[in-house]
Design a protein around this ligand. Sequence first.
Ligand code: FAD
Length: 309
Amino acid sequence: MTHAGEIKTLKNERLSMHSTIRIGGPAEYFFLPETVEELMVILADVSSGSLPSPLRIFGKGSNILFADKGLSGTVISTKRLTAMTVLPDGSFLAQSGVSMPYLARVAATAGVSGFSFMSGIPGTVGGGVAMNAGTPDGDFSRIVREVRVLSPSGTITRLTGEDLQFSYRHSIFSGVHSKTMDTGSDSNLQGGAMILDVLLSGVPADPLLLQEAGRMALLRRSESQPLDQPSLGSVFRNPQPDFAGRLIEQSGLKGAKKGGIRISPKHCNFFINEGSGTAGEFLDLMSETRQRVQDLTGVVLFPEVLNFF
Ligand SMILES: Cc1cc2nc3c(=O)[nH]c(=O)nc-3n(C[C@H](O)[C@H](O)[C@H](O)COP(=O)(O)OP(=O)(O)OC[C@H]3O[C@@H](n4cnc5c(N)ncnc54)[C@H](O)[C@@H]3O)c2cc1C
């Protein structure tokens, strides 16, 4: 039997290295499991007390603001759990760490539609399901057939897409390992359960058309979003049918700055880290932006970004 002591343990690993906005202090114990067996061993060691609680699980940290002071307990990133199988009926069984842009490319090449929305979202399939990530072209709620869920005690259960209660950028997993900045955990799925793998399916389509659609979506994205600078994507949910970025710009905040964090002049719902930005500055800029938008437009913005504090 393997023990966490034999799996590479990173002590005081800087979470900024594992976040797309490059912010975050040290994690007391940090793991990057490469197999389900390794993952199970880490969970068992947390359950038995050999590794400290709390346990937090994330993917590529593309929607999480990590605390400047870091995190106590045990932190796992799934980004090396990347096995994927194409089943005979054309569906995909993807481990939670599979990258969304990679899956979008594989699906397009295989001639399966419904996956192209993933091409410019820099996260994992597990994080995508948890957030019901998407674009106007689609989201996970439309393609998830089944999810295998691993409980901290090592039990595996199956949930259907319906069980996940998807809504706009939300599923029952959204608040399990993190908090929405306003309300704390907004999930009723307790106990630190995690998504182990996901069964996804679309419908057959012309691979060439799908590849072209993916290229065009990426081009449109790079024209409208600051993809060359560290960010967490959209900071606020769009107050549909309006857009948070439009309201922020209308409120005169384009390019506004707090310390090392700036509201991107290219897309006002993206806050970028100019190099020395901190989580504290990010949160201050968020609350000032919210207040200003509410004062000037009457609209209350709600965060899309999550926090690990
Ligand atoms: C440049 C840029 C563009 C973006 N564009 C979009 C976009 O167009 N549409 C969109 O929806 N989002 C977008 N995002 C935000 C982000 O990429 C998505 O929310 C994505 O789904 C997060 O995936 P992740 O692996 O990084 O998850 P993380 O940020 O690591 O985690 C997000 C949440 O999921 C949970 N989670 C992660 N993995 C698991 C698991 N295996 N089991 C249980 N819970 C888990 C975490 O605990 C956390 O609560 C963008 C971000 C950036 C930086």
